[in-house]
Write a protein that binds this ligand. Structure first.
Ligand code: ZZB
Length: 258
């Protein structure tokens, strides 16, 4: 899978993360790095998700920057030209996902330029970077999780204000309008992020609808089809140093490349 790694610069650490990190990253700028297949939706980021039971690391990428992601992802990056030294994984510290919640980060290209890190039940440690940027307008999982968090902020141990950014219209489609994900979640009668099967179906539909029938509503490529805009937004993010290519080795590729 060819992902785009989105660099979300830490603006303010949560109290717990600030304590854990103190004195351990040198002068490096720290970024949470999210792996996405939908770079064209970055205008609609409202938050970022981590798994509270997942172990993350803070990894030195070079002398100036450090990335927060899973060890597995850092190792992949080390073989894809992201780090200074090929194959070298330099972990500065380990940090629990639960500790990252409440951290404020910058979201590249987003209409909400600064957003919060929130918990999601269904983050897989074995996919991408373990950090997921959230676009509730176009991702059913993100929309449903955001709604769950708003309904049960106390249960999820979050400050309600962290989940207060509303979905932003980014893409329009003839069938579902300007909010593809919420429309599909409603149609499939999805009630919570625990409805895994229906959410997988909703994701399929949302991917197809966005890609084949979507038109950009915002950003540099507003008015263009998603199919045309997707590689252009990606290029633009990468050129500005806000993102990088991140590939996930799969199946046979694993044994050939590593
Ligand atoms: C932003 C975004 C906006 C995404 C959207 C999707 C959509 P796939 O197809 O199953 O490979 N993701 C990335 N890493 C993880 C993880 N470790 N655990 C759970 N979810 C993860 O899924 C790739 C997408 O799943 C990624 O693209 C990311 O969310 C999420 F409008 O980034 B995406 C219809 C989907 N729309």
């Amino acid at each position: 899978q060819e992902y785009t790694g989105i660099k979300m610069h830490v603006v303010t650490w949560s109290d717990a993360a600030a304590k854990a990190i103190e004195g351990k990253v040198g002068g490096r700028k720290v970024f949470l790095v999210a792996a996405t297949l939908r770079p064209e939706t970055m205008y609609g980021q409202t938050n970022c998700f981590v798994g509270t039971a997942i172990k993350y690391g803070v990894f030195a990428i070079n002398n100036d920057e450090a990335f927060v992601c899973t060890y597995r992802a850092a190792r992949n990056m080390a073989f894809q030209g992201t780090t200074d030294v090929r194959g070298q994984v330099q972990q500065l510290l380990e940090i629990d996902g639960s500790v990252l919640v409440g951290t404020k980060i910058s979201a590249p290209f987003s209409i909400n330029p600064e957003v919060y890190v929130l918990p999601m039940d269904n983050v897989l440690a074995t996919k991408g970077t373990g950090v997921v940027t959230s676009v509730p307008s176009d991702s059913p999982d993100d929309y449903q999780t955001l709604m769950d968090l708003r309904k049960k902020a106390e249960f999820y141990k979050i400050d309600p204000s962290w989940a207060s950014f509303d979905p932003v219209p980014v893409i329009t489609s003839p069938t579902y309008g300007d909010m593809i994900a919420p429309a599909i979640v409603k149609k499939l009668k999805i009630q919570s992020q625990k409805d895994i099967k229906q959410l997988a179906e909703a994701k399929e539909i949302a991917y197809k609808e966005g890609f084949y029938s979507g038109t950009m509503l915002v950003g540099e490529f507003a008015g263009q089809s998603v199919q045309d805009a997707k590689p252009k937004v990606r290029e633009s993010l990468i050129e500005m140093g806000l993102a990088f290519a991140y590939a996930e080795p799969e199946g046979l590729v694993i044994s050939r490349s590593s």
